[in-house]
Design a protein. Structure first.
Length: 348
């Protein structure tokens, strides 16, 4: 039995590098050497104990790597050793109600990735040196883009899903609340969709980066009421689209109030803690606004994300604060949870 290294959460605030069995590709599988894993807010919440998982647990799902070995019965014209790839780790069984109705991001098997990946512990497995996956989970990346950029395929795909849910049209007034990594990716994609982008953000550094990435207007909600400011910018109508990328329930109420008639409101971020909010049902009736969520990317979103990165139509380089070697995984998590930083990418 060959072994490989994997970073395993063993308790709140504790992550250790352990040796586990290196998987061997079976029929219809490809062995990928993982080269980069970006540390998502979700893993940061596991590290901080905000989100609960059974320990030990292998995190990591924003990954890129290179094909190292190809099992039998894999199309060798399409998949070659040495090809850079991103992996969509989420399960999509193809058999359940959601997979069969075009919502494979809501597949009933999501959460059971560890068993499919044949890992010794539950988790998404991205913080390990190797993964075996069927080619349906593989997405080619151009060989000339760096692994750390390729690792952002997953978060970019999440944002593409959100923008699709919002159905952003040319010239729409789109308000993005929060300019962290997710908010800033929304800025980039909303601009590509031809929107006027209005960002609500309190932090001056983040405001600056939002501008640099194409935001047309910036509102500081500590200085000015964002509902009134958006009205001023839209001849009193309110926004066509509002996307909340913050986990704060207080902001959730404002999110709905910013939308104008026929507005689409997207709750992009999970909410911590998840307090109920007040919404006027009569306003929903009169305005025809649509309030919805966005969770995880479907297969098409993921494919589009890898195409946008490979063709360099989207370059999220400025959203990577630091690349940290695998051996310093705990330090990487400490850095990732520092609100000054954007994405921290672990190099495996
Ligand atoms: Zn993520
Ligand atoms: Zn399914």
């Amino acid at each position: 039995m060959e072994v490989m290294k994997a970073a395993v959460f063993t308790d709140v605030g504790k992550i250790e590098i352990k040796e586990i069995e290196k998987p061997v590709p079976q029929k219809g599988e490809v062995l990928v050497r993982i080269k980069a894993c970006a540390l998502c807010t979700w893993e940061q919440r596991i590290f901080k104990g905000v989100s609960r998982v059974p320990f030990p647990y292998i995190g990591g799902h924003e990954i890129s790597g290179v094909i190292e070995e190809i099992g039998e019965n894999v199309d060798e014209q399409r998949w070659k050793v040495g090809q850079k790839v991103a992996i969509r780790i989420l399960r999509s069984c193809g058999e359940c109600h959601y997979c069969r109705t075009g919502a494979n991001n809501l597949c009933e098997m999501i959460g059971k990735e560890g068993e499919e990946l044949r890992l010794p512990y539950p988790g998404l497995g991205g913080l390990s040196e190797y993964l075996v996956v069927p080619p349906t989970k593989l997405f080619k990346l151009a060989n000339d883009i760096p692994f750390e950029i390729g690792a952002l395929s997953e978060p970019l795909a999440c944002v593409i899903h959100s923008v699709e849910r919002a159905n952003i049209e040319l010239g729409d007034d789109v308000v993005i609340i929060g300019a962290g990594v997710m908010g800033l990716l929304h800025v980039m994609i909303a601009k590509i969709r031809g929107a006027r982008v209005i960002v609500s953000e309190i932090n001056a550094e983040r405001q600056k980066l939002a501008k640099q990435l194409g935001a047309d207007e910036i509102i500081n909600p500590l200085e000015k009421d964002p509902v009134e400011e958006v009205k001023k910018l839209t001849e009193g109508r309110g926004a066509d689209v509002v996307i909340n990328t913050t986990p704060v329930s207080k902001v959730a109420e404002t999110t709905v109030q910013i939308a104008g008639k026929r507005g689409r409101v997207i709750f992009y971020s999970s909410q911590h803690p998840d307090y109920p909010i007040q919404i006027s049902p009569d306003w929903i009736h009169r305005s025809e606004i649509v309030i919805t969520g966005s969770v995880s990317p479907d297969i098409t979103d993921f494919y589009r994300a890898t195409k946008l990165l490979s063709s360099k139509i989207v370059n999220p380089q400025l959203l990577i604060s630091e690349i940290v070697p695998f051996e310093k995984i705990e330090e990487a998590f400490r850095k990732a949870t520092d609100p000054q930083n954007y994405r921290i990418v672990v190099q495996l």
